[in-house]
Design a protein around this ligand. Structure first.
Ligand SMILES: [Fe+2]
Ligand SMILES: [Fe+2]
Length: 174
């Protein structure tokens, strides 16, 4: 069954949110590189790629449901950050707000009696648990580190090892 107008509009709006997240993390990656934390920069670049794949997962879903993909303008993300701690805290805050948006989307799918969208969104609900958990851990680790440069450099080396998760969306986005 083709997706209805209400859900189509809501998905197009959310595709834009995922692209914005990709943009935001890419901007954070550039900032981390500029303060000589290449491991954090690498981690953020992977995070940006993951958000791109989330957008594409919804893009493909809309097309599969005979929907119309409408790519909306992507807002400009912040250019400057106070510190790497600020970057990670904003990442956590952003993931929490995305969780709220996904929950809202799911609520809409329930109200519209759109079961296919509910099933598709379950993957995103699970993903957000992981996203919040990881961002929260990294904020806590930075809290523990405080002003210790040696510990921060150790963390930077750890984050440099992140690899892109196998593309869960099957979008070929990776
Ligand atoms: Fe996402
Ligand atoms: Fe995310």
């Amino acid at each position: 069954m083709a997706i209805n107008q209400t859900m189509q509009d809501a998905f197009n709006e959310h595709i834009n949110h995922e692209f914005f997240a990709s943009y935001l993390y890419l901007s954070m990656s550039a900032y981390c590189e500029s303060i000589n934390l290449p491991g954090f920069a690498h981690w953020m670049r992977i995070q940006s790629q993951e958000e791109y794949s989330h957008a594409m997962k919804l893009y493909d879903f809309l097309l599969d449901r005979d929907g119309k993909v409408a790519l909306l303008p992507i807002a400009q993300p912040a250019l400057e950050f106070a510190s790497v701690h600020d970057v990670m805290q904003q990442t956590l805050d952003h993931e929490r707000s995305v969780t709220g948006l996904i929950n809202g989307l799911y609520g809409k799918a329930v109200a519209e009696g759109d079961y296919a969208s509910q099933v598709h969104l379950q993957w995103f609900i699970t993903e957000q648990i992981e996203e919040e958990k990881i961002a929260s851990e990294l904020v806590e680790q930075l809290n523990l580190i405080g002003d210790r440069g040696d510990a921060l450099l150790f963390m930077d080396r750890e984050l440099a090892t992140r690899t892109l998760a196998p593309d869960p969306a099957g979008t070929g986005a990776t």
